[in-house]
Design a protein around this ligand. Structure first.
Ligand SMILES: Nc1ncnc2c1ncn2[C@@H]1O[C@H](COP(=O)(O)OP(=O)(O)OP(=O)(O)O)[C@@H](O)[C@H]1O
Length: 363
């Protein structure tokens, strides 16, 4: 089945938690996170499968991958919107010592919860239509801290202004706002507790393209001003290239590649990333991108292959790939790939895929 036969398996390095500067303290370390969902009474599958990575203070790490690969489940587990099956989320506050957020209870949980917040995709369904904008934004602050009313009003007005909402908007209800304005409300709500980490789950996917740019720029400005760290879950790689310091690529619940953005877009080290890059829409009509269409089907979640999860679709797979699951290994500084042949393959980056009149390369 392979188009490339390589006789030796690459040298295996000891595994370390993928981070850009592993020697610096991370604000969040996700360790061996797994979330299983039941398919039937007796069978379950890992929607998130042993995922580990670290987030450095002030960076934007994007998580990409096709629908169903587990991006949202990962984000929801990290903020404790749902319970992970196993694993840890180690949070290091600016002052104080590190804690496993997933094992906290009671007052300690409340205290840390305000530091790790989420922005949701759909500003229609994520905002309670019966609450005023003021109450929507104030709610996380009221839930996590005891705060006098005057101070609460001041904090809500302050954050509303930062996200571009008018003070008069605070008395109104979400239905009277456009999609972009509603997302500003969602962002204010996530930021009102002054969190260190924001998980933004498809935060701009539901918006018009022109509004997307405004919201993305707002998120960047807020990051510059507040030093907040983003875990940005997205499927649009053009936006991801623009906003991210690093990118993690997920396939069937696992991270298959994690790298600095430039490195990932210029020189991917996993065949699945090459496939994703080839599908990025091409704005220039003069240039035709070489689209790579992987063969075969995505394996059923309940019947996962024992080797590399991408092997049945990969143009470069060998016997080894079918037999042995590759682990995430560092192949260049800060560039991790879970491919047995990451160091040998010369995969195409975005620029090399932009070739006029090139033939499809389908393996
Ligand atoms: N509550 C649930 N119960 C059972 N299976 C679920 C549940 N939530 C998600 N899944 C399954 O887990 C897998 C991962 O879903 P998830 O929504 O995390 O993927 P995603 O990458 O975020 O996709 P999308 O971009 O479409 O939201 C999918 O197979 C999905 O069907």
């Amino acid at each position: 089945m392979s188009t490339l036969t390589l006789s030796t398996s690459p040298e295996q390095k000891p595994q370390e938690l993928p981070g850009e500067h592993p020697t610096e303290p991370a604000v969040l370390e996700v360790k061996n996170l797994t979330k299983e969902f039941a398919v039937s009474k007796t069978v379950s599958f890992p929607a998130v499968d042993d995922v580990s990575f670290s987030l450095q203070q002030g960076e934007t790490l994007s998580v990409v991958g096709e629908s169903g690969c587990g991006k949202s489940t990962l984000g929801r587990c990290i903020v404790r919107g749902i319970d992970a099956t196993s694993g840890e989320v180690i949070y290091t506050p600016q002052e104080g010592s590190e804690v496993d957020f997933l094992s906290l209870k009671g007052r300690q949980l409340k205290k840390v919860r305000k530091d790790i917040q989420m922005i949701f995709q759909d500003p229609h369904s994520s905002l309670d239509p019966r609450q005023t904008v003021f109450d929507i934004i104030a709610e996380p602050l009221k839930a996590t801290t005891r705060i006098p009313q005057a101070e609460l009003r001041r904090r809500v007005r302050e954050i509303a202004e930062k996200v571009g909402l008018d003070p008069s908007h605070l008395r109104r209800y979400p239905h009277s706002f456009s999609g972009g304005q509603r997302q500003r409300i969602g962002i204010a709500r996530a930021l009102v507790t002054r969190p260190s980490v924001i998980v933004a789950d498809e935060a701009v996917s539901a918006l018009d393209v022109s509004i997307q740019a405004q919201i993305i720029n707002l998120l960047r400005d807020l990051q510059d001003e507040l030093g907040v760290t983003y875990l940005f879950i997205a499927h649009d790689l053009s936006i991801v290239e623009y906003i991210s310091d690093r990118v993690a690529v997920m396939y069937l619940g696992r991270i298959v590649e994690l790298a600095p953005t430039d490195s990932l877009f210029a020189a991917p080290k996993h065949p699945y990333t090459e496939v994703l890059l080839s599908a990025v829409p091409q704005p220039d009509p003069e240039v035709r991108r070489q689209r790579i269409v992987p063969k075969g089907e995505v394996p059923s979640p309940a019947d996962r292959p024992k080797g590399c999860l991408f092997a049945n679709r990969c143009a470069y797979a060998t016997e080894l790939c079918e037999q042995k699951a590759p682990t995430l290994q560092e192949t260049a500084p800060g560039h991790f790939s879970a491919c047995h042949y990451a160091s040998q393959l010369q995969l195409k980056g975005l620029a090399q895929l932009e070739i006029t009149g090139a033939e499809d390369h389908t393996g």
